[in-house]
Design a protein around this ligand. Structure first.
Ligand code: SF4
Length: 501
């Protein structure tokens, strides 16, 4: 049984896509690590003469708009998506495109023309998974070394028939594959969902480390919201989408002036108009908490938070997979709603509630990954926005005082109303419909949590396991053109030519 930690679900990275950016980036890193172990390539990689990358299936069809070429180059160049300088990697990408030289692993320069060396094989797909890439290295002695990787959603990368990693092979005290097993574990241990998950997380680290790690991820989410709420201009990619979160933030706060709206041509794309510091972030949040109890305004704030994250994501900013990048705004928006506006019962501090939220939401996300998919290339947008909404609904319900059955019911309700949702990103960009779709996922999550809490969940007609199985069956029935290929739906009706390297 696959063991998935909450830190596998929530990972810091860079936009715009977990499966098309983060996964290929990690695959390229793995390839470089593997090359270093090949005696002919040498540890300093000096035995390598050339590298060529083949992208297949959905990675080929929407890879340009999703930044797959950028991501693979950064992985080959030895950059880390968690710690890299977000603007620095854009400059590095531009310089590789211009100079046609890449420093493999950050140590060995090779000639590399992205136009020729990253091949988008539009008509080819590999059977194991829709998101496949093969990396080839030609060595100075003329031999070729190749490896194939699959980006299976949420930034997870696997190799066909490869044994599970050491962290996946661990034996958890409460192995859980289905929602009913989670219920049984709660009954057996006398713990609630967050307690059971925390017990499992002890397999990898102490409670203190889990708590600190989750709060660091929450801080990255808040910073992402802040940046999005203070950055105007247009998104990159050729669709000319105007960023809206900054203007909305200012309007809701009643601030006059042009902030959030950068005059066309006056500034580079995505100019940040307020400096992010720990103090400025806290002052801003305190202002929001004090400012609003009006239902309509709170709803607008939730939308604003989700827009902010996904505008940052579309602009290749730093985000957290939750469980994917395309759906990265739903959970932070609902967590921010809980943190600033919702009335929670009990004595727990805001930080304790944030940790609980992530433990519960992470476990729900792993149930979808094990029982269905979190990859839009396999299941359409129900696998991204639908799953994130279900995770957020369960996390919120838990923190608002729901019992175990009600938490599972909240997740079930949220997914039930995303079933069948297709993936049809215009121009292969993670912008339209993706950005607004996060606002809908967040609002549905809040509603699902509230309905579940007003319900007798023991009378539910549909169990979470049923909706996960239904989602997977629907995914298998869905036509390929609706699975992150930009060959159907809105993507077909509205054409755009995306920016080239
Ligand atoms: S339509 Fe949904 S699944 Fe497809 S790229 Fe956009 S957010 Fe992701």
């Amino acid at each position: 049984m696959e063991a998935i930690s909450v830190f596998d679900i929530f990972k810091v990275g860079i936009g715009p896509s977990s499966s098309h950016t983060m996964g290929p980036w990690r695959a390229a890193e793995q390839f470089v690590r593997w090359l270093r172990e090949q005696p002919e390539a040498r540890r300093d990689l000096s035995g390598v003469r050339e590298v060529v990358v083949d992208l297949f299936g959905s990675l080929a069809k929407t890879g340009k708009g999703h930044g797959t070429d950028f991501a693979v180059l950064m992985g080959l160049a030895g950059e880390d998506p968690v710690t890299c300088d977000v603007e620095g990697v854009q400059e590095l990408f531009a310089s590789i495109c211009h100079d046609k030289v890449l420093r493999l692993g950050g140590v060995h320069s090779i000639a590399f023309d992205p136009e020729k060396s990253v091949r988008f094989r539009m008509r080819e797909a590999l059977p194991f998974h829709a998101n496949a890439l093969t990396l080839h290295a030609t060595l100075h002695d003329g031999t070729q070394q190749s490896q194939t990787y699959y980006s299976v959603g949420g930034g997870f990368v696997v190799q066909e028939n490869a044994p599970p990693s050491a962290s996946q092979r661990v034996r958890l005290p409460n192995p859980i594959e289905k929602a009913r097993e989670l219920e049984e574990a709660c009954a057996r241990t006398g713990l609630d969902i967050a307690g059971v998950v925390l017990l499992n997380e002890r397999t990898w680290r102490t409670d203190h480390e889990t708590r600190d790690g989750l709060l660091r991820i929450w801080q990255t989410m808040r910073e992402c919201i802040f940046r999005g709420c203070h950055t105007g201009g247009e998104l990159p990619g050729g669709l000319r989408v105007t960023r809206r979160a900054a203007a909305m933030n200012h309007k809701l706060l009643g601030i006059a002036g042009p902030v959030g709206k950068v005059p066309p041509g006056a500034q580079p794309l995505g100019e940040t108009v307020a400096r992010l510091t720990p103090e400025s972030l806290d002052v801003w949040c305190k202002g929001l908490r004090a400012s609003d109890s009006d239902f309509q305004n709170i709803m607008k704030w939730v939308g604003c938070f989700a827009l902010a994250v996904n505008e940052e994501n579309a602009a290749f900013g730093r985000v957290v997979t939750a469980p994917t990048n395309g759906a990265a705004g739903v959970i932070p928006a609902v967590m921010m709603y809980m943190d600033l506006f919702a009335r929670r019962p009990g004595e727990k501090s805001n930080e304790e509630a944030i940790v609980d939220f992530m433990l519960v939401a992470g476990e729900l996300g792993s149930l979808f990954k094990k029982g269905a998919t979190i990859s839009a290339a396999m299941g359409g947008c129900q696998a991204e926005i639908g799953v994130s909404s279900a995770m957020a609904a369960g996390g919120l319900a838990y923190c608002l005082g729901a019992n175990t059955q009600q938490v599972l019911m909240a997740a079930e309700i949220a997914m039930e109303h995303h079933l069948g949702m297709t993936c049809d990103p215009i121009g292969g960009l993670v912008q339209v419909p993706c950005i607004e779709r996060n606002t809908m996922g967040a609002i549905k999550a809040i509603m699902a949590a509230n309905i579940a809490m007003e319900s007798d969940a023991s009378q539910a007609k549909v169990h979470l396991d049923d909706v996960i199985a239904t989602m997977w069956a629907t995914a298998k029935d869905m036509h390929t053109k609706y699975k992150e290929t930009a060959e159907g739906g809105l993507a077909l009706r509205i054409s755009v030519s995306v920016s080239e390297c």
